[in-house]
Design a protein around this ligand. Structure first.
Ligand code: NAD
Ligand code: LMR
Length: 307
């Protein structure tokens, strides 16, 4: 049996995501939970293979994702406690913002219970990848946005989002185009928040991105399909060998990068693609902010006095 639970299923993302996942051939039991049904969650969580978490508050205009930490950190901690107690081996896919911090929260809760397998916990940054293909296509109609996959490294907020546009075959963007594209990809979420004018953030595009990422995980872990790759925010210890040099150089424990999937989740974290000088500057700006975000998430569980 392949059981997937969506925590926050009644929300703006949860509803369309549930609809999309309902159509998956791999899922035999789709369980939908929200706060109103919280007591039922624990009772029904056993034998779950995969948990997708879009629970928590979204942004309003003028807010950063980090402003959501105060409310969402506690929600993620409590859901993680429920998961670790009832389905400790599940694959956990985190949508709730700020992803750069919520993923470390999940990891620390699992660690406390001796149940952390870094190959099984993911921050979903697929929306940045989807936006990248779409925005590049708007500038250059000759590419196919469905098959042109852009690697996006770093994290999922503002300057931590580093699109590696130099890897798109045949592309020679001018500096002005690079500035425009990079800014749109880094702040695409703000465009939606502004347009919704207080009614939340991206939901439909996120549901699409979330369903795409969940399907990739299911195809690899359930069906044993190989060759699947997505950029995703993970704990770098999921692949000690490939990430050793990068960890030593940057002191980062979490990072979004192209990841290959296998039966156990992460099978390989690909080495960083060759970066242009432009992208290296973006990465240099991303690293200090990522560190702050990661420390904040980790400290929420290990040492609340540091937040
Ligand atoms: N990773 C990404 O790329 C990305 C993209 C868009 C939105 N987000 C984030 O996703 C989250 C949800 O956004 P939304 O638009 O769906 O918000 P929403 O407010 O429409 O829905 C959130 C749902 O979570 C539920 N919830 C709250 N606490 C819960 C708990 N303890 N257990 C179960 N359910 C709980 C709420 O009742 C609500 O139905 C936000 O934090 C948002 O910032 C992330
Ligand atoms: O921007 C947000 O707050 C939601 C999401 O992270 C997004 O990228 O659209």
């Amino acid at each position: 049996m392949v059981k997937v639970v969506i925590c926050g299923a009644a929300g703006g993302i949860g509803q369309p995501l549930s609809l999309l996942l309902k159509q998956s051939d791999y899922i035999t039991h789709l369980a939908l939970y929200d706060v109103v049904n919280a007591p039922g969650v624990a009772a029904d969580l056993s034998h779950i293979n995969t948990v997708v978490i879009p629970a928590g508050v979204p942004r309003k205009p003028g807010m950063t994702r980090d402003d959501l930490f105060k409310i969402n950190a506690g929600i993620i901690r409590d859901l993680s406690e429920g998961i670790v107690k009832n389905c400790p081996g599940a694959f956990i896919l985190v949508i709730s913002n700020p992803v750069n911090s919520t993923v470390p929260i999940v990891a620390e809760v699992l660690k406390r219970h001796g149940a952390f397998d870094p190959r099984r916990v993911f921050g979903i940054s697929t929306l940045d990848v989807v936006r990248s293909s779409r925005f590049v296509y708007e500038l250059d109609n000759s590419i196919d946005p469905r098959s042109t996959r852009v690697t996006v490294i770093g994290g999922h907020s503002g300057v931590t989002i580093v699109p590696v546009l130099s890897q798109i075959p045949g592309q020679k963007f001018t500096k002005e185009q690079l500035d425009l594209l990079t800014h749109r990809i880094q702040y695409g979420g703000d465009e939606v928040v502004k347009a919704k004018d207080g009614a939340g953030s991206a939901t439909l595009s996120m549901a699409y991105a979330g369903a795409r990422f969940t399907s990739a995980i299911l195809e690899a872990t359930v069906a044993g399909k190989t060759g699947l790759v997505e950029s995703t925010y993970v704990n770098l210890h999921a692949d000690e060998e490939s990430t050793a040099a990068f960890r030593a150089k940057t002191q980062l424990e979490y990072f979004a990068q192209d990841v290959e999937f296998g039966r156990e989740g992460v099978s390989k974290i690909r080495p960083l693609p060759e970066l242009s000088a432009y992208e290296q500057t973006l990465l240099d700006a991303a690293i200090p902010e990522l560190k702050v975000n990661i420390t904040k998430g980790t400290a929420f569980i290990t040492d609340a006095s540091k937040i």
